[in-house]
Design a binder for this molecule. Structure first.
Ligand code: AMP
Ligand code: ZN
Length: 122
């Protein structure tokens, strides 16, 4: 298995791990887009959201539950935060092991595309 995030799960590649249990791992993004930018991943390899089956519902739900707990522990739950899961090319997915981005510690804009693109799509 050559998956980058599976290697982080297996501790073959170092990461700044902030939470771990039997099913989930959370670590700091190497290229943070906010003062707190964590990736919450299932230990089980699932390549994209398109690969989910009904049996994965609890696993994926744990990603959000874990993100909310971490936001509380890290002190930005009340000020607010964003969670994002990107799927495939148009979603901006670059690592093909599903992950929930947890971004907090600053106010973020919405919608999440540039004004240039907004003009282009009307
Ligand atoms: P995505 O573009 O949604 O697939 O997100 C992948 C994220 O993984 C990006 O935000 C990267 O900065 C992050 N990333 C890539 N390699 C590593 C790594 N070795 N440790 C931590 N984060 C990483
Ligand atoms: Zn993987």
């Amino acid at each position: 298995m050559s998956c980058l995030f599976c290697k982080i799960v297996d501790k073959e590649i170092p990461a700044d791990i902030v939470y771990e249990d039997d099913a989930v791992l959370a670590f700091r993004d190497i290229n943070p887009q906010a003062p707190n930018h964590l990736l919450v991943i299932p230990k089980q390899h699932i390549a994209t959201l398109n690969d989910l089956s009904d049996a994965d519902a609890a696993t994926v739900g744990l990603l959000s539950v874990t993100a909310a707990k971490l936001a509380r522990e890290l002190g930005f739950a009340d000020s607010g935060y964003r969670t994002v899961m990107n799927c495939n090319e148009h979603g901006g997915q670059t690592v093909y092991h599903i992950h929930l981005h947890l971004l907090g510690g600053k106010a973020m804009g919405w919608p999440p595309y540039s004004s240039t693109l907004k003009t282009a799509i009307g």
